[in-house]
Every structure is written in C-alpha cells, then in structure tokens.
Design a protein around this ligand. Structure first.
Ligand code: INS
Length: 587
C-alpha cells in the first residue's frame, strides 16, 4: 500500500562544526561507520562509541536517516561532492552515442519512406510502410527483454559494443536492399541494436555519474536522442530529392556507431559492474580516474560499500540466478515499487501519444496550407529537442518529480485544446486518408499547430525525459532485469500506439483520439503525484531506503532538499568542494 503523506523515515540531523569534522571514523554500533572530514581528510582513526556532536544548529553537515521497520543491515553511503571530471564526461558522451542512434534510426525512416519509391522492387503500400517502420520497434522490444540480463552477465560496455555490430549489419542490409524483405531484415536487426542501446546507455551513465548531476548526465542521452531525431529529419529533408538519397541517409548512421565502438576499445566499464563481478581493482581504477584527488582510502571504502550493498543473487547456474533475480524483483517491496514506477512512467510516455503525433503532424499542418511535411517534422522535433535541453537544466535543480508534475498538466491542457479545435475543423478519415472539410488558413488550424508545439514542449520537459532515469530506481542486483521490463514496456507501448493510431482516428474521430490522450495524461498526473518520489540528489543506494515501505513522497522531497542544501553549503564554504564527504543511512 502506498503511504504518501506520512514520511516513514525518521530523520535525525547530527551537528558537527567544520572544525570538529576532522577525519574521524566512528563506529556507532556494530554495523555502522561514520566519518567526518575537514579540509585535509588524510588521517583517519577508528573507535567504537557514539558520534561526538556539536550543538551548533547551523553547522550540520551530516545527516542520519533512520528507516522505520528496517530489517536490513546498516549501509554507509559515501558521496563524492566533487566537480565533474573530464573522464566522467568522456564516458557519458561515448555512452550516449547510443541515444543518438536510437533517435536517428527511428527518425530517418519517415523521410526514407518518401523517397524509396520502387527501389525495393515494388510500389510500397501503406501497409508495407507500416511494416518497415514497425520492424525496428519490434526488434527493440525483443532485444530489450534480454538486454538487462546480458548487461549483468557480460558487462555494460561489451553489450553496447555488440549493439554497434548489430547497427552495422542492419545498416548494410538496408543500404544494399533491393527487396522488401531484405529491408525489413535490416530494420529488425538495427532494432535489436536500438533496444540494447536504449536500455544500457542510460544505465551506464547513471552508474558512473556523481549523484548531484546524475539526472543531467542521463538527460545528455535524451538530448542526443532527440537531437538524432532532429538531424534525421533535417538530413531527410535535404536528401528527399536525391537519387538513392535514402541509402545515403541509412549510410550516415554508420558514422556514430563505428565511432562509439572505437572509443569503447579504450574505455572501461562501470565501477558498479566491476564490483558485481568481484573485480575490485578495476572498480577502484575507474573511481580513481572519475574522482581526481579522492584519497585512496576513500576509494577503497567506496568499493567496500558498493560490495556490501551488492547483495548478489544466489543460484547454482545462470538460469537459476536469473529466475531468482526475477523473483527478487517481484517479492522485495522496494524493488516491486521501483518496477511499478519505472514501467508506469515508460507506459505513460508512449500511451500519451507523442510518437503517433510526430507522424500525424504532417497531415494536421496541411490543413492550414503548410504542405511541406518534412519542415513540419523539423519544427515539432526541434521543439522536442529544445525542451529536452530545458529538462537538462531543470532535472537536478527543480527535480524530476517537479518537472513531471508541470509537464503532464501542460500536456493535458494542450491535448484538450487540440481535441476541441479538431471538432471545429472537421477532419474525416476515409480509408487511410484524411479529408479536411475546412482546408486553407483557418483559425482552428492555427490553434492546432500552436498547441501541438506546446504539447511537444511539455512532453519533452517531463515525461519524454524522466522515464529514462529508470536505472536509479533499482539496486545493482536487479537493475538489469528491472530496466529490461521498463524498456520493453516502452517499446511495446510504441508498437501498440503506432499500429492503432490510424484506426483510432477513423473509429473515434481525431477529437475523440486527442480527448483520449488528454484523459490518459490527466490520469498519469495522478499516478505520478501519488507514486513518484523525488530522487534528485540521492545516491543510487539511498533510493532503496526511500521505496522500502511506501512511495514516501514527503520523505523523499525532504531528503532531496536536504541533500541540495548540504551541497550548496559545502560549495558556499568552499571547504569540502573537492573532498569526499560521507553520509549515513542507518537502520
Ligand atoms: O524519450 C524519447 C523521446 O521522447 C523521443 O522523442 C521519442 O520518440 C521516444 O519514443 C522516447 O522514448
């Protein structure tokens, strides 16, 4: 049962002046260790006893969180409140090339379909075009089911590199296709790559990111994604009238994938994956390069801590382990709540209609005499990109929950206005063609254009971006499988919506369809209001404590606020800016 109002965390703030905070590790009970650092956190001693506290209320720089009814062991969360290192940036940019390929490969097809003509040995029917478009989503759906488990078994990096191989095979099959089915085989194989990349890239980034900017770094993947869609539409418009232009369009997708593969030859996997595999030396090496200047013993202890928190799933062979992981995902209440949130958000992202709207916008814009559908796609996907950039700045500052709760009502409003405008514009569907009774430059047509752009903006700000933060919801041992469920939900939703949208327009009219999406957006707002806690600024491991005995919205907001204040204070004081600090989660 969800408890949204009562915080189930008893939060006790301990007070330590900066001067008193002098690199002392204190064991508070059998299980918990605390430590404080001053400007030179180099000498550490350990003793048993209670934490020594100052009563200076203003100077609290540590927080104890005490989950109620916690049966688990104590966990000590070591946090590096450092600026971002070039190494983390490089890893983020290389991983998010997968985001670009997701966007480019799903984006170029609508332009390619315009210029393929008879190049595949026959005139493509509407149904043929639907099959070619859906093949990639189907491939992504299939591979995303297995990608999470594969990432746990083989590693995040090898899986991304394998997706590069699939991208190359898929692209070559398409470039050389002279038959319909070869084209589809290429699109399907490319889809396998898209599914793997769409799951593992955000997972990789969230595992290497410092907590205060984890949201932002993960949004870089979404920026590349929406940027990839925009570039695909741009290139598509440019190559529309070039002979075999669509083959060039597909060929261009080889560049990023070959680049990502080559970069990864020289880059490591995530520390959390190395810890999972018991490869502590590599885990330390990555942390050292990620957190320049971090004292060696803190690196050691971070690895110890990750090891402690990585309760590995038992099982005599891989199959039993995977089965036990699935069981753990469903039977552990925190994991199950995480699953509800992750799958819920991905379903909302797809079922509120964005992707179908991207296709349909061409027809809608035609109603006001705007006949260039490529230009239309560029405007709509450009808005998507620009507001993903806004999300980039807002996601850690304002918080994930806040931007979702702004975005969804905005979408509801924009879709409702579109539904009303459609009623007055008079569109009918005959077969697969839209027949507009009031064509030309009408006021209602303009209203529709404006509010579709408004819809795109609110969508990109919140639900277009936040679901891809899914990895932060799950602990390491079930992260792969949990994110697989969520990513598969995304691709299943995308398939269902793409294949039912036209039927909906025909059977329940555009007004009915948009009103339906508006209703879903409103229901989604209620879901997020009651079930989505604020996770910005929390360590990946802290999220578990939040979800342990409810969705804990209130407690999560308070904790996120405290974390932000702590970091602001540290940066203001300019004392611990480049030093590790440590916080305690205690049972
Ligand atoms: O987050 C992305 C983004 O919003 C894209 O524009 C959309 O096409 C994808 O389906 C979605 O997963």
């Amino acid at each position: 049962m969800a408890h949204t109002n009562e915080p189930s965390f008893k939060e006790e703030t301990t007070h330590v002046t900066q001067r008193q905070a002098t690199a002392t590790h204190v064991k508070t009970n059998d299980n918990s260790i605390t430590s404080f650092f001053d400007e030179e956190p180099t000498h550490h001693t350990s003793k048993k006893g209670n934490v020594s506290l100052s009563d200076d209320e203003e100077d609290n720089d540590r927080i104890q969180i005490k989950p109620v009814n916690d049966e688990d062991d104590v966990s000590v969360i070591i946090t590096f409140n450092q600026g971002i290192s070039p190494f983390i940036l490089i890893l983020t940019f290389v991983a998010s090339i997968s985001g670009f390929m997701f966007g480019y490969d799903t984006g170029y097809i609508s332009s390619a379909l315009i210029s393929i003509n008879k190049d595949l040995g026959r005139t493509l029917t509407y149904g043929d075009k639907e099959i070619i478009t859906a093949a990639t989503s189907l491939g992504a759906l299939i591979s995303s089911i297995f990608a999470g488990t594969a990432a746990d078994i083989f590693g995040r990096k090898p899986c991304l590199m394998f997706s590069n191989v699939l991208f190359v095979i898929g692209a070559i099959l398409q470039i050389t296709a002279h038959r319909f089915w070869q084209m589809n085989a290429g699109r399907l194989i490319m889809g396998f790559g898209v599914g793997i990349g769409s799951l593992i890239s955000p997972l990789f980034i969230s595992e290497i990111a410092p907590k205060m900017i984890r949201g932002r770094l993960t949004v870089i993947n979404s920026l590349w994604l929406t940027g990839g869609q925009l570039i695909a539409y741009g290139c598509g418009a440019g190559l529309n009238h070039v002979h075999n232009g669509w083959r060039i369009l597909v060929g261009l997708s080889l560049i990023p994938t070959v680049l990502q593969f080559s970069f990864f030859l020289f880059l490591p996997d995530t520390p959390r994956y190395y810890v999972m595999k018991g490869d502590y030396e590599n885990a330390k090496a990555v942390l050292r390069r990620s957190y320049i200047n971090a004292p060696e013993d803190i690196i050691d202890r971070k690895v110890e801590e990750l090891t402690e928190l990585n309760h590995s799933i038992p099982g005599k062979n891989k199959a039993v382990q995977v089965w036990n992981t699935v069981k753990e995902l469903h039977t552990n209440p925190a994991n199950f709540r995480a699953l509800i949130i992750a799958c819920g958000l991905q379903a909302i992202q797809q079922f509120t209609g964005w992707n179908s709207l991207m296709y349909f916008s061409g027809t809608i814009f035609e109603t006001v005499g705007f006949s260039n559908s490529s230009a239309v796609s560029i405007i709509v996907s450009g808005t998507n990109f620009v507001f993903t950039l806004v999300a980039f700045f807002a996601i850690d500052k304002i918080g994930r929950r806040a931007i979702l709760l702004i975005g969804l009502p905005g979408m509801t409003m924009a879709l409702t206005i579109c539904a009303i405008a459609f009623h007055f514009i008079g569109i009918q569907f005959v077969g697969n063609d839209a027949v507009v009774s009031n064509s030309g430059f009408t006021a209602w047509g303009i209203v529709i254009i404006v509010f579709i752009i408004v819809f795109a903006a609110f969508y990109a700000l919140g639900i277009g971006t936040v679901p891809w933060q899914q990895s932060e919801l799950f602990p390491t041992n079930v992260r792969g499988v949990g994110t697989s469920y969520a990513t598969a939900t995304n691709w299943a939703g995308s398939l269902v919506i793409a294949s039912t949208f036209l039927t909906m327009l025909q059977n329940i009219t555009p007004t009915g369809t948009f009103a339906f999406f508006a209703g879903l957006s409103f229901v989604s707002f209620i879901f997020c209001y009651f079930c989505y806690p604020e996770l910005s600024g929390l360590e990946l491991e802290e999220v578990q404590s939040i979800l342990k005995d409810g969705f804990n919205i209130k407690a999560s907001k308070e904790l996120a606020k405290k974390r932000k204040q702590q970091v602001a204070r540290i940066i203001d004081d300019d004392q611990l800016k480049f030093e590790p600090t440590q916080e305690i989660v205690e049972s």
